[in-house]
Design a protein around this ligand. Structure first.
Ligand code: IMO
Ligand code: MG
Length: 436
């Protein structure tokens, strides 16, 4: 009997690769879907049976009838956002009951002052700002690490006990808010926070449980679990472009740790990538086209943030990053999205490029140099080019149905990433997926 039934979905570049869609696709025969890292800095769009769902916290598998969605201990939860998301799903006709949604009591909460702190830190950093989503992610994780965070379990406590925890948590922050000009009005009144928590607890308390019990049982029964990773390899706090990263560990191990599943249960790790690259916020992006080519990619790929609406920086697919993600993230297969879009880009621009190596310090390299701040040299991408573009037939069912140039593109990606492309997305809808 197969004793590994966990699928992990992770992002290979800087997010927005289509992880939500890949996880939803994989969840068709799953019992449980999980979000285990990040918070509502994620924006995962799913199009299913003609309906579009823009998700930020709850894993997309919630849309399916017999799947339990879990928000794991590694997630930071903004309770206002979660309540809005539950409401949105209910309005879309999805039943949200405790046998459909479970929130780990150990998940930490994002509170309004975390969003103010996020803003404040960006202001203090000036030109060195990260370009965060402003959702309070970093400050919430910082409070967690400082062991003054407020957890979902705290929502189940009597009011005076919540008050004591919040009072302790905001003491240091209030000193900072008082000291920085323009932020005086952000000084936190613990009572207001507690009132909000007590109010939100009324809606959420039925979902707050010990998710470990559910996960252990599912692993013992060999039920399929899909983990919908958030953020991506280059945004990882340890392995990404520090300091231009998020505050969690969206690599595969971090994603597993965020729910509490040991690696021995993993059946497959799917790395999700687009057929081009995009990045929101600041930080290195060697294949960026900060010009009319980037504008064309943005327009054809609809590259505007689901979470913030910000226009994304756009450029060519970077296979050096994919190659490095293969080992750091332990990826088995790639899911390559936007194969239709890159074909359109080729038709518009006259060519499609794939970065296969960098030139750096007068050498050709196929690893990510993490010392560029020391050398002050930016690696120059080396490309392979396919002339022209292609059109993917929206009715296509298999790899064989794809145009020759689209196949050539996929072969290039496989050659230079060292990874098999097993899933191909050629449209926004869940059904626009080829499995090889
Ligand atoms: P999904 O799951 C794209 C980026 C932000 C910023 C940096 C730090 O949809 O792929 P944060 O608010 O996390 O402190 O911001 O990380 N970022 C994302 N970019 N997709 C995401 O998630 C992201 N989550 C964080 O833009 O550069
Ligand atoms: Mg996103």
């Amino acid at each position: 009997m197969k004793d590994k039934n966990v699928t992990v979905i992770v992002g290979c570049h800087w997010g927005d690769e289509g992880k939500g869609r890949a996880a939803f696709f994989e969840s068709k025969d799953a019992s449980i879907v999980v979000r285990s890292t990040g918070g509502n800095n994620a924006g995962h769009t799913i199009v299913y049976k003609g309906k579009k769902y823009a998700m930020h916290l709850i894993p997309g598998g919630i849309i399916r009838k017999n799947v339990l969605s879990i928000i794991g201990p590694g997630v930071v939860v903004d309770t206002d956002v979660l309540i809005d998301e539950i409401k949105m799903l209910k309005e879309a006709g999805i039943n949200i009951t405790p046998d459909k949604l479970a929130i780990s009591g150990r998940a930490h909460l994002i509170l309004p002052y975390h969003k103010d702190l996020d803003r404040l830190q960006e202001v203090l950093k000036g030109d060195a700002k990260v370009g965060t989503t402003g959702r309070g992610i970093g400050p919430a994780y910082a409070d967690k690490t400082n062991r003054i965070g407020i957890r979902a379990y705290d929502l189940l406590l009597p009011e005076e006990e919540i008050y004591a925890k919040v009072e302790l948590a905001v003491e240091v922050h209030n000193r900072l808010f008082k000291a920085v000009s323009g932020f005086e009005e952000c000084v936190v009144n613990p009572k207001e926070i507690v009132n909000k928590l007590v109010e939100n607890a009324k809606v959420l308390r039925e979902f707050i449980v010990n998710t470990d019990k559910i996960i252990s049982k599912a692993l013992e029964n060999n039920d399929k679990i899909v983990i919908e990773g958030a953020q991506a390899y280059r945004l990882d706090i340890d392995h990404g472009d520090y300091p231009m990263v998020t505050s969690s560990s969206p690599n595969t191990s971090g994603t597993l740790s965020g729910i509490g599943i040991g690696p021995r249960y993993v059946d497959k790790v799917i790395g999700v990538t687009k057929a081009y690259c995009s990045r929101v916020g600041n930080g290195p992006f060697f294949t960026e086209e900060d010009n009319e080519i980037g504008d064309i990619i943005r327009k054809l790929g609809h590259e505007y943030g689901t979470t913030t609406g910000r226009p994304r920086r756009c450029g060519w697919l970077d296979c050096v990053i994919l190659k490095s993600a293969k080992t750091t993230m332990g990826i088995d297969y790639l899911c390559l999205n936007h194969l239709d879009t890159i074909g359109k880009i080729g038709n518009t621009i006259g060519e499609v490029k794939v970065c296969i190596a960098y030139e750096y310090l007068n050498k050709v390299i196929t690893y990510i140099p993490d010392d560029i701040e020391i050398t002050l040299l930016k690696p120059t991408p080396i490309y392979e080019t396919i002339k022209g573009g292609w059109r993917v037939n929206p009715k296509c069912k298999s790899y064989d149905d794809l145009p020759i140039k689209a196949k050539q593109f996929i072969e290039l990606v496989e050659k230079y990433s060292g990874l098999p492309v097993k899933y191909i997305g050629f449209g926004a809808d869940n059904k626009d997926t080829i499995v090889r």
